[in-house]
Design a protein around this ligand. Structure first.
Ligand code: FAD
Length: 469
Protein backbone atom coordinates (compact mmCIF):
# COMPACT_ATOMS: atom_id res chain seq x y z
CA UNK A 1 0.00 0.00 0.00
CA UNK A 2 1.20 3.56 -0.66
CA UNK A 3 0.46 6.26 1.91
CA UNK A 4 0.51 9.82 0.57
CA UNK A 5 1.24 12.49 3.16
CA UNK A 6 2.44 16.11 3.32
CA UNK A 7 5.11 15.46 5.93
CA UNK A 8 6.66 12.10 6.86
CA UNK A 9 8.72 11.94 10.03
CA UNK A 10 11.11 9.07 10.83
CA UNK A 11 11.32 8.59 14.61
CA UNK A 12 8.93 9.58 17.39
CA UNK A 13 11.31 10.93 20.06
CA UNK A 14 10.91 14.49 21.40
CA UNK A 15 12.10 15.73 18.00
CA UNK A 16 9.76 13.66 15.84
CA UNK A 17 6.57 13.65 17.88
CA UNK A 18 6.68 17.41 18.58
CA UNK A 19 7.31 18.04 14.86
CA UNK A 20 4.26 15.87 14.08
CA UNK A 21 2.07 17.83 16.49
CA UNK A 22 3.20 21.16 15.00
CA UNK A 23 2.65 19.85 11.45
CA UNK A 24 -0.91 18.82 12.33
CA UNK A 25 -1.49 22.19 14.01
CA UNK A 26 -0.46 23.94 10.77
CA UNK A 27 -2.93 21.84 8.76
CA UNK A 28 -0.50 19.37 7.16
CA UNK A 29 -1.25 15.69 6.84
CA UNK A 30 1.49 13.90 8.73
CA UNK A 31 2.74 10.33 9.02
CA UNK A 32 4.97 9.58 12.00
CA UNK A 33 7.00 6.38 11.61
CA UNK A 34 8.40 4.57 14.65
CA UNK A 35 10.20 1.23 14.74
CA UNK A 36 10.15 0.80 18.52
CA UNK A 37 8.32 2.76 21.23
CA UNK A 38 6.52 6.11 20.91
CA UNK A 39 8.46 8.85 22.70
CA UNK A 40 11.91 7.61 21.67
CA UNK A 41 14.92 7.55 24.00
CA UNK A 42 13.80 10.59 26.00
CA UNK A 43 10.53 9.17 27.28
CA UNK A 44 11.44 5.47 27.42
CA UNK A 45 15.16 5.15 28.19
CA UNK A 46 16.51 8.68 28.83
CA UNK A 47 15.31 11.91 30.41
CA UNK A 48 12.12 10.65 32.03
CA UNK A 49 13.08 7.28 33.58
CA UNK A 50 16.34 8.72 34.93
CA UNK A 51 14.46 11.60 36.56
CA UNK A 52 11.97 9.18 38.11
CA UNK A 53 14.85 7.19 39.65
CA UNK A 54 16.58 10.40 40.71
CA UNK A 55 13.43 11.52 42.50
CA UNK A 56 13.29 8.23 44.43
CA UNK A 57 16.95 8.83 45.31
CA UNK A 58 16.06 12.34 46.54
CA UNK A 59 13.35 10.87 48.78
CA UNK A 60 15.93 8.54 50.36
CA UNK A 61 18.32 11.44 50.89
CA UNK A 62 15.53 13.44 52.55
CA UNK A 63 14.63 10.46 54.73
CA UNK A 64 18.26 10.08 55.82
CA UNK A 65 18.56 13.76 56.74
CA UNK A 66 15.04 14.11 58.19
CA UNK A 67 16.29 14.36 61.77
CA UNK A 68 18.17 17.58 60.82
CA UNK A 69 14.72 19.10 60.34
CA UNK A 70 13.22 17.73 63.54
CA UNK A 71 11.56 14.72 61.94
CA UNK A 72 12.51 11.26 63.18
CA UNK A 73 11.93 8.38 60.80
CA UNK A 74 12.75 4.76 61.53
CA UNK A 75 14.99 2.65 59.33
CA UNK A 76 14.97 3.65 55.67
CA UNK A 77 14.46 0.58 53.49
CA UNK A 78 14.80 0.67 49.71
CA UNK A 79 12.25 -1.43 47.84
CA UNK A 80 13.94 -1.62 44.41
CA UNK A 81 10.89 -3.24 42.80
CA UNK A 82 8.79 -0.33 44.08
CA UNK A 83 11.34 2.17 42.74
CA UNK A 84 11.20 0.46 39.33
CA UNK A 85 7.39 0.41 39.43
CA UNK A 86 7.32 4.18 40.06
CA UNK A 87 9.70 4.75 37.13
CA UNK A 88 7.71 2.47 34.81
CA UNK A 89 4.40 4.11 35.69
CA UNK A 90 5.75 7.59 34.93
CA UNK A 91 7.06 6.37 31.55
CA UNK A 92 3.73 4.66 30.78
CA UNK A 93 1.69 7.77 31.64
CA UNK A 94 3.83 10.05 29.49
CA UNK A 95 4.10 7.76 26.46
CA UNK A 96 0.36 7.07 26.66
CA UNK A 97 -0.25 10.82 26.82
CA UNK A 98 1.86 11.38 23.71
CA UNK A 99 -0.13 8.74 21.83
CA UNK A 100 -3.42 10.42 22.80
CA UNK A 101 -2.08 13.83 21.71
CA UNK A 102 -0.94 12.49 18.33
CA UNK A 103 -4.19 10.64 17.65
CA UNK A 104 -6.31 13.65 18.64
CA UNK A 105 -4.22 15.84 16.31
CA UNK A 106 -4.93 13.41 13.45
CA UNK A 107 -1.32 12.26 13.03
CA UNK A 108 -1.05 8.91 11.25
CA UNK A 109 1.25 6.71 13.39
CA UNK A 110 2.92 3.97 11.39
CA UNK A 111 4.98 1.30 13.19
CA UNK A 112 7.98 -0.04 11.29
CA UNK A 113 11.56 0.73 10.25
CA UNK A 114 11.76 3.42 7.57
CA UNK A 115 14.43 3.86 4.92
CA UNK A 116 14.77 6.13 1.90
CA UNK A 117 14.17 4.87 -1.62
CA UNK A 118 14.18 8.41 -2.99
CA UNK A 119 14.34 11.77 -1.16
CA UNK A 120 10.58 11.85 -0.63
CA UNK A 121 9.72 8.15 -0.92
CA UNK A 122 10.18 5.86 2.04
CA UNK A 123 9.89 2.14 2.49
CA UNK A 124 8.58 1.04 5.89
CA UNK A 125 9.13 -2.52 7.08
CA UNK A 126 6.59 -3.32 9.76
CA UNK A 127 5.26 -6.46 11.40
CA UNK A 128 2.42 -6.64 8.90
CA UNK A 129 4.60 -6.18 5.83
CA UNK A 130 6.14 -3.41 3.75
CA UNK A 131 4.46 -0.10 3.05
CA UNK A 132 5.50 2.84 0.91
CA UNK A 133 5.17 6.43 2.10
CA UNK A 134 5.23 9.26 -0.43
CA UNK A 135 5.69 12.66 1.16
CA UNK A 136 6.21 16.25 0.10
CA UNK A 137 8.79 16.70 2.87
CA UNK A 138 10.62 14.17 5.05
CA UNK A 139 12.09 14.84 8.49
CA UNK A 140 14.77 12.46 9.78
CA UNK A 141 14.48 12.22 13.59
CA UNK A 142 16.13 8.85 14.22
CA UNK A 143 17.99 9.99 17.35
CA UNK A 144 21.08 8.40 18.84
CA UNK A 145 22.30 5.37 20.78
CA UNK A 146 24.93 4.72 23.42
CA UNK A 147 28.35 5.08 21.83
CA UNK A 148 30.97 2.39 22.18
CA UNK A 149 34.74 2.74 22.30
CA UNK A 150 37.31 0.02 21.77
CA UNK A 151 38.20 -0.69 25.40
CA UNK A 152 38.88 -4.43 25.76
CA UNK A 153 36.16 -6.08 27.84
CA UNK A 154 33.64 -3.25 27.49
CA UNK A 155 31.37 -5.61 25.59
CA UNK A 156 31.83 -8.36 28.16
CA UNK A 157 29.87 -9.64 31.17
CA UNK A 158 28.94 -7.20 33.94
CA UNK A 159 29.04 -4.16 31.68
CA UNK A 160 25.82 -2.21 31.00
CA UNK A 161 24.92 0.96 29.14
CA UNK A 162 22.42 3.56 30.38
CA UNK A 163 19.47 1.48 29.10
CA UNK A 164 20.72 -1.57 30.99
CA UNK A 165 21.38 0.49 34.15
CA UNK A 166 17.78 1.71 34.15
CA UNK A 167 16.43 -1.82 34.15
CA UNK A 168 18.68 -3.56 36.72
CA UNK A 169 16.73 -6.30 38.50
CA UNK A 170 18.55 -5.65 41.78
CA UNK A 171 20.79 -2.92 43.15
CA UNK A 172 24.49 -3.81 42.92
CA UNK A 173 26.77 -3.28 45.92
CA UNK A 174 29.22 -1.35 43.78
CA UNK A 175 29.42 0.23 40.33
CA UNK A 176 32.16 1.81 38.24
CA UNK A 177 30.90 4.44 35.83
CA UNK A 178 33.07 5.30 32.83
CA UNK A 179 32.38 8.90 31.78
CA UNK A 180 31.54 11.92 33.94
CA UNK A 181 29.22 13.74 31.55
CA UNK A 182 25.57 14.36 32.37
CA UNK A 183 24.45 10.73 32.01
CA UNK A 184 27.32 9.20 33.98
CA UNK A 185 27.01 11.73 36.81
CA UNK A 186 23.24 11.36 37.12
CA UNK A 187 23.63 7.59 37.55
CA UNK A 188 26.53 8.18 39.98
CA UNK A 189 24.37 10.48 42.07
CA UNK A 190 21.33 8.22 42.16
CA UNK A 191 23.20 4.97 42.85
CA UNK A 192 25.16 6.69 45.61
CA UNK A 193 21.92 7.82 47.25
CA UNK A 194 20.65 4.22 47.02
CA UNK A 195 23.69 3.13 49.05
CA UNK A 196 25.77 1.69 46.19
CA UNK A 197 29.55 2.26 46.33
CA UNK A 198 30.21 4.42 43.26
CA UNK A 199 33.48 4.98 41.38
CA UNK A 200 33.54 7.38 38.40
CA UNK A 201 36.38 7.47 35.87
CA UNK A 202 36.79 10.45 33.53
CA UNK A 203 39.66 11.00 31.11
CA UNK A 204 39.19 14.80 31.01
CA UNK A 205 40.78 16.96 33.74
CA UNK A 206 37.40 17.58 35.39
CA UNK A 207 33.93 16.12 35.73
CA UNK A 208 31.08 17.75 33.76
CA UNK A 209 33.78 19.04 31.39
CA UNK A 210 31.38 21.11 29.28
CA UNK A 211 30.21 23.17 32.25
CA UNK A 212 31.84 26.35 33.57
CA UNK A 213 34.99 25.32 35.45
CA UNK A 214 33.88 26.82 38.78
CA UNK A 215 30.59 24.95 38.56
CA UNK A 216 32.21 21.64 37.70
CA UNK A 217 34.65 22.07 40.62
CA UNK A 218 31.68 22.87 42.90
CA UNK A 219 29.89 19.72 41.75
CA UNK A 220 33.07 17.68 42.24
CA UNK A 221 33.30 18.90 45.86
CA UNK A 222 29.65 18.10 46.51
CA UNK A 223 29.72 14.61 45.00
CA UNK A 224 33.09 13.69 46.55
CA UNK A 225 31.73 14.97 49.87
CA UNK A 226 28.88 12.48 49.55
CA UNK A 227 31.33 9.61 49.15
CA UNK A 228 31.52 9.18 45.37
CA UNK A 229 35.03 8.19 44.31
CA UNK A 230 35.87 10.48 41.37
CA UNK A 231 38.93 9.87 39.18
CA UNK A 232 39.68 12.57 36.61
CA UNK A 233 42.56 12.64 34.09
CA UNK A 234 42.20 8.87 34.18
CA UNK A 235 41.77 6.40 31.33
CA UNK A 236 40.20 2.97 31.56
CA UNK A 237 42.41 0.58 29.60
CA UNK A 238 40.50 -2.70 30.08
CA UNK A 239 37.68 -4.40 31.90
CA UNK A 240 37.91 -8.05 32.96
CA UNK A 241 35.45 -10.31 34.74
CA UNK A 242 36.60 -12.92 37.27
CA UNK A 243 33.27 -14.74 37.39
CA UNK A 244 32.02 -12.59 40.28
CA UNK A 245 33.18 -9.04 39.76
CA UNK A 246 34.44 -6.68 37.07
CA UNK A 247 38.07 -5.65 37.41
CA UNK A 248 38.70 -2.25 35.86
CA UNK A 249 42.24 -1.28 34.98
CA UNK A 250 42.80 2.47 34.77
CA UNK A 251 45.80 4.67 34.23
CA UNK A 252 46.57 8.13 35.62
CA UNK A 253 49.89 9.90 34.95
CA UNK A 254 51.36 6.61 33.71
CA UNK A 255 50.41 4.76 36.90
CA UNK A 256 48.09 1.79 36.70
CA UNK A 257 45.37 1.16 39.26
CA UNK A 258 42.72 -1.57 39.54
CA UNK A 259 39.22 -1.32 40.96
CA UNK A 260 36.77 -4.21 41.44
CA UNK A 261 33.04 -3.55 41.23
CA UNK A 262 29.87 -5.60 40.74
CA UNK A 263 29.02 -3.85 37.48
CA UNK A 264 30.41 -1.29 35.06
CA UNK A 265 28.31 1.39 33.39
CA UNK A 266 29.65 2.69 30.10
CA UNK A 267 28.49 6.31 29.74
CA UNK A 268 30.95 7.63 27.22
CA UNK A 269 28.61 9.52 24.94
CA UNK A 270 26.08 9.02 22.16
CA UNK A 271 26.37 8.16 18.46
CA UNK A 272 23.86 9.43 15.87
CA UNK A 273 21.56 6.81 14.27
CA UNK A 274 22.54 7.28 10.64
CA UNK A 275 22.74 3.64 9.60
CA UNK A 276 20.14 1.56 7.70
CA UNK A 277 17.98 4.49 6.65
CA UNK A 278 19.21 4.64 3.07
CA UNK A 279 21.12 7.93 3.34
CA UNK A 280 23.42 6.54 0.63
CA UNK A 281 20.41 6.53 -1.76
CA UNK A 282 20.15 10.28 -1.24
CA UNK A 283 23.83 11.18 -1.35
CA UNK A 284 23.62 12.68 2.16
CA UNK A 285 26.93 12.51 3.98
CA UNK A 286 26.91 11.84 7.71
CA UNK A 287 29.22 10.61 10.46
CA UNK A 288 28.74 9.43 14.06
CA UNK A 289 28.03 13.04 15.08
CA UNK A 290 25.14 13.14 12.62
CA UNK A 291 23.82 14.78 9.47
CA UNK A 292 24.93 18.26 8.43
CA UNK A 293 22.02 20.76 8.41
CA UNK A 294 21.59 24.52 8.06
CA UNK A 295 19.89 26.75 10.64
CA UNK A 296 16.48 25.80 9.19
CA UNK A 297 17.31 22.10 9.73
CA UNK A 298 17.55 21.47 5.96
CA UNK A 299 19.97 18.81 4.74
CA UNK A 300 21.82 19.17 1.44
CA UNK A 301 18.88 17.46 -0.32
CA UNK A 302 15.76 19.58 -0.97
CA UNK A 303 12.68 18.57 1.07
CA UNK A 304 14.73 16.44 3.46
CA UNK A 305 15.30 17.76 7.00
CA UNK A 306 17.20 16.30 9.97
CA UNK A 307 16.48 17.18 13.60
CA UNK A 308 17.38 16.13 17.13
CA UNK A 309 20.30 13.91 18.07
CA UNK A 310 20.78 12.78 14.45
CA UNK A 311 21.39 16.39 13.33
CA UNK A 312 24.97 17.57 13.67
CA UNK A 313 24.04 21.05 14.87
CA UNK A 314 23.32 21.82 18.51
CA UNK A 315 23.66 19.82 21.71
CA UNK A 316 22.05 16.37 22.04
CA UNK A 317 19.19 17.43 24.30
CA UNK A 318 15.48 16.68 24.21
CA UNK A 319 14.36 20.33 24.28
CA UNK A 320 16.74 21.12 21.41
CA UNK A 321 15.28 18.20 19.40
CA UNK A 322 11.73 19.49 19.95
CA UNK A 323 12.62 23.05 18.99
CA UNK A 324 14.43 21.87 15.89
CA UNK A 325 11.33 19.81 14.97
CA UNK A 326 9.17 22.93 15.13
CA UNK A 327 11.68 24.89 13.02
CA UNK A 328 11.83 22.13 10.36
CA UNK A 329 8.05 21.86 10.09
CA UNK A 330 7.55 25.62 9.98
CA UNK A 331 10.15 25.89 7.21
CA UNK A 332 8.48 23.08 5.27
CA UNK A 333 5.15 24.89 5.65
CA UNK A 334 6.61 28.10 4.22
CA UNK A 335 6.93 30.00 7.53
CA UNK A 336 10.06 31.82 8.64
CA UNK A 337 11.89 29.96 11.37
CA UNK A 338 15.48 29.26 12.27
CA UNK A 339 17.51 27.75 15.11
CA UNK A 340 19.78 29.75 17.40
CA UNK A 341 21.79 28.09 20.16
CA UNK A 342 22.85 31.06 22.31
CA UNK A 343 20.17 30.47 24.96
CA UNK A 344 19.89 26.69 25.28
CA UNK A 345 19.80 25.59 28.92
CA UNK A 346 21.66 22.44 29.83
CA UNK A 347 21.13 20.63 33.13
CA UNK A 348 22.60 17.76 35.12
CA UNK A 349 20.06 16.38 37.58
CA UNK A 350 22.54 15.20 40.20
CA UNK A 351 22.08 16.05 43.85
CA UNK A 352 22.90 18.95 43.89
CA UNK A 353 21.72 19.85 40.41
CA UNK A 354 23.78 21.78 37.89
CA UNK A 355 22.38 24.08 35.22
CA UNK A 356 23.96 26.32 32.65
CA UNK A 357 22.97 28.61 29.80
CA UNK A 358 25.12 30.66 27.44
CA UNK A 359 28.89 31.02 27.55
CA UNK A 360 31.15 29.75 30.30
CA UNK A 361 33.71 32.24 31.60
CA UNK A 362 36.44 30.52 29.56
CA UNK A 363 34.35 30.52 26.36
CA UNK A 364 33.53 34.20 26.81
CA UNK A 365 37.22 35.11 27.28
CA UNK A 366 38.20 32.98 24.27
CA UNK A 367 35.54 34.77 22.22
CA UNK A 368 37.29 38.05 22.99
CA UNK A 369 34.89 39.55 25.53
CA UNK A 370 36.12 41.70 28.37
CA UNK A 371 34.54 39.52 31.00
CA UNK A 372 33.16 40.42 34.38
CA UNK A 373 31.61 37.76 36.62
CA UNK A 374 29.32 37.87 39.63
CA UNK A 375 28.59 35.11 42.12
CA UNK A 376 26.29 34.49 45.04
CA UNK A 377 26.59 31.64 47.52
CA UNK A 378 23.44 29.72 48.43
CA UNK A 379 24.66 29.67 52.03
CA UNK A 380 23.40 33.28 52.23
CA UNK A 381 20.01 32.55 50.62
CA UNK A 382 17.09 32.20 53.03
CA UNK A 383 15.18 29.55 51.07
CA UNK A 384 18.32 27.44 50.60
CA UNK A 385 19.12 27.62 54.31
CA UNK A 386 15.55 26.62 55.19
CA UNK A 387 16.10 23.57 52.97
CA UNK A 388 19.29 22.74 54.84
CA UNK A 389 21.53 23.74 51.92
CA UNK A 390 24.67 25.68 52.68
CA UNK A 391 26.71 24.75 49.60
CA UNK A 392 26.25 25.74 45.98
CA UNK A 393 26.28 29.05 44.14
CA UNK A 394 25.16 31.01 41.11
CA UNK A 395 27.67 32.53 38.71
CA UNK A 396 26.87 35.14 36.08
CA UNK A 397 29.22 35.88 33.17
CA UNK A 398 28.75 39.27 31.51
CA UNK A 399 30.34 41.67 29.08
CA UNK A 400 32.12 44.42 31.05
CA UNK A 401 31.63 46.90 28.20
CA UNK A 402 27.86 46.85 27.71
CA UNK A 403 26.70 44.75 30.69
CA UNK A 404 25.16 42.14 28.38
CA UNK A 405 24.51 38.82 30.12
CA UNK A 406 26.61 36.14 28.39
CA UNK A 407 26.09 33.13 30.62
CA UNK A 408 24.46 31.92 33.82
CA UNK A 409 25.71 28.87 35.74
CA UNK A 410 24.29 27.27 38.86
CA UNK A 411 25.14 24.45 41.20
CA UNK A 412 22.50 23.87 43.86
CA UNK A 413 19.00 22.51 44.47
CA UNK A 414 16.42 23.11 41.75
CA UNK A 415 19.09 24.61 39.48
CA UNK A 416 17.12 23.24 36.50
CA UNK A 417 14.19 25.49 37.48
CA UNK A 418 16.18 28.56 38.52
CA UNK A 419 18.07 28.55 35.18
CA UNK A 420 14.89 29.58 33.37
CA UNK A 421 15.39 33.20 34.40
CA UNK A 422 18.94 33.12 33.03
CA UNK A 423 17.64 31.54 29.81
CA UNK A 424 15.05 34.29 29.40
CA UNK A 425 17.60 37.01 30.07
CA UNK A 426 19.89 35.62 27.35
CA UNK A 427 17.07 34.96 24.89
CA UNK A 428 15.62 38.45 25.36
CA UNK A 429 19.12 39.97 25.36
CA UNK A 430 18.48 41.75 28.63
CA UNK A 431 21.36 43.60 30.33
CA UNK A 432 22.41 43.47 33.98
CA UNK A 433 20.99 46.98 34.41
CA UNK A 434 17.60 45.92 33.07
CA UNK A 435 17.54 42.82 35.28
CA UNK A 436 17.99 45.09 38.32
CA UNK A 437 14.34 46.16 37.90
CA UNK A 438 12.98 42.61 38.10
CA UNK A 439 11.33 41.97 41.49
CA UNK A 440 11.95 38.48 42.84
CA UNK A 441 9.72 36.69 45.33
CA UNK A 442 11.16 36.28 48.82
CA UNK A 443 12.33 33.86 49.97
CA UNK A 444 13.24 32.09 46.74
CA UNK A 445 16.30 30.39 45.26
CA UNK A 446 16.01 32.80 42.32
CA UNK A 447 17.10 35.64 44.62
CA UNK A 448 20.60 34.14 44.42
CA UNK A 449 20.56 34.72 40.66
CA UNK A 450 19.48 38.34 41.14
CA UNK A 451 22.27 38.84 43.68
CA UNK A 452 24.88 37.27 41.36
CA UNK A 453 23.80 39.76 38.68
CA UNK A 454 24.17 42.64 41.16
CA UNK A 455 27.58 41.27 42.12
CA UNK A 456 28.66 41.39 38.47
CA UNK A 457 27.94 45.12 38.63
CA UNK A 458 29.81 45.43 41.93
CA UNK A 459 26.65 46.37 43.87
CA UNK A 460 25.71 43.13 45.64
CA UNK A 461 23.41 43.87 48.58
CA UNK A 462 23.56 40.60 50.47
CA UNK A 463 27.22 39.67 50.23
CA UNK A 464 30.43 41.56 50.67
CA UNK A 465 31.26 42.76 47.13
CA UNK A 466 34.56 41.63 45.78
CA UNK A 467 37.12 44.17 44.75
CA UNK A 468 37.02 44.56 40.96
CA UNK A 469 40.15 43.81 39.00
P1 FAD B 1 15.28 9.84 20.12
O1 FAD B 1 14.63 10.21 21.38
O2 FAD B 1 16.54 9.06 20.18
O3 FAD B 1 14.21 9.08 19.26
C1 FAD B 1 14.49 8.56 18.00
C2 FAD B 1 13.43 7.56 17.63
O4 FAD B 1 13.61 7.18 16.28
C3 FAD B 1 13.47 6.27 18.44
O5 FAD B 1 12.21 6.01 19.02
C4 FAD B 1 13.85 5.19 17.41
O6 FAD B 1 13.24 3.94 17.68
C5 FAD B 1 13.30 5.81 16.14
N1 FAD B 1 13.95 5.32 14.92
C6 FAD B 1 15.29 5.24 14.66
N2 FAD B 1 15.49 4.78 13.40
C7 FAD B 1 14.27 4.55 12.86
C8 FAD B 1 13.82 4.07 11.60
N3 FAD B 1 14.68 3.73 10.63
N4 FAD B 1 12.50 3.97 11.38
C9 FAD B 1 11.61 4.30 12.35
N5 FAD B 1 11.97 4.76 13.57
C10 FAD B 1 13.29 4.89 13.82
N6 FAD B 1 18.12 15.17 27.32
C11 FAD B 1 17.61 16.22 28.00
O7 FAD B 1 17.33 17.26 27.41
N7 FAD B 1 17.40 16.15 29.36
C12 FAD B 1 17.70 15.04 30.07
O8 FAD B 1 17.51 15.01 31.29
C13 FAD B 1 18.23 13.91 29.38
N8 FAD B 1 18.53 12.79 30.04
C14 FAD B 1 18.99 11.70 29.33
C15 FAD B 1 19.30 10.53 30.03
C16 FAD B 1 19.77 9.43 29.34
C17 FAD B 1 20.09 8.16 30.10
C18 FAD B 1 19.92 9.48 27.92
C19 FAD B 1 20.40 8.27 27.15
C20 FAD B 1 19.63 10.65 27.23
C21 FAD B 1 19.17 11.76 27.92
N9 FAD B 1 18.88 12.96 27.27
C22 FAD B 1 18.42 14.03 27.97
C23 FAD B 1 19.06 13.09 25.80
C24 FAD B 1 17.72 12.94 25.10
O9 FAD B 1 17.14 11.71 25.45
C25 FAD B 1 17.89 13.04 23.60
O10 FAD B 1 18.54 14.26 23.30
C26 FAD B 1 16.56 12.99 22.88
O11 FAD B 1 15.87 11.80 23.15
C27 FAD B 1 16.76 13.14 21.37
O12 FAD B 1 15.52 13.11 20.76
P2 FAD B 1 15.34 12.65 19.25
O13 FAD B 1 13.90 12.91 18.93
O14 FAD B 1 16.38 13.26 18.41
O15 FAD B 1 15.63 11.09 19.21
Amino acid sequence: MTIKTDIAIIGSGPGGYVAALRAAQLGASCTLIEKDRLGGVCLNWGCIPTKALLYSAEVIESAHTASDFGINIGDVVVDWDGVQAHKNSVVKKLTGGVEVLLKKAGVNILYGAASFIEPTILQVEGESGTETVEARDVIIATGSRNASIPIPGLDGPGVVDSTGALALEALPNSICIIGAGAIGLEFASLFNDFGVKVTVVEMMPRIAPLMDEAISRGLDRALSGKGIDLHTNTRVSRVEHDGKQCIITMTKDGEEQKVSTDIVLSAIGRAANIENIGLENLGIKADRKGIQVDNRMRTAVPHVYAIGDVAKDGPMLAHVASHQGIVAVEDAMGLTAHMAYNAVPSCIYTSPEVASVGLTEEEARNAGYEVVTGTFRLGANGKALAMGVSDGFVKVVSDAKNKAILGVHIVGPHASDVILEGTLSLDMEVTLGEMRHVIHPHPALGEALAEAMLDAEGISLHSVSRKRK
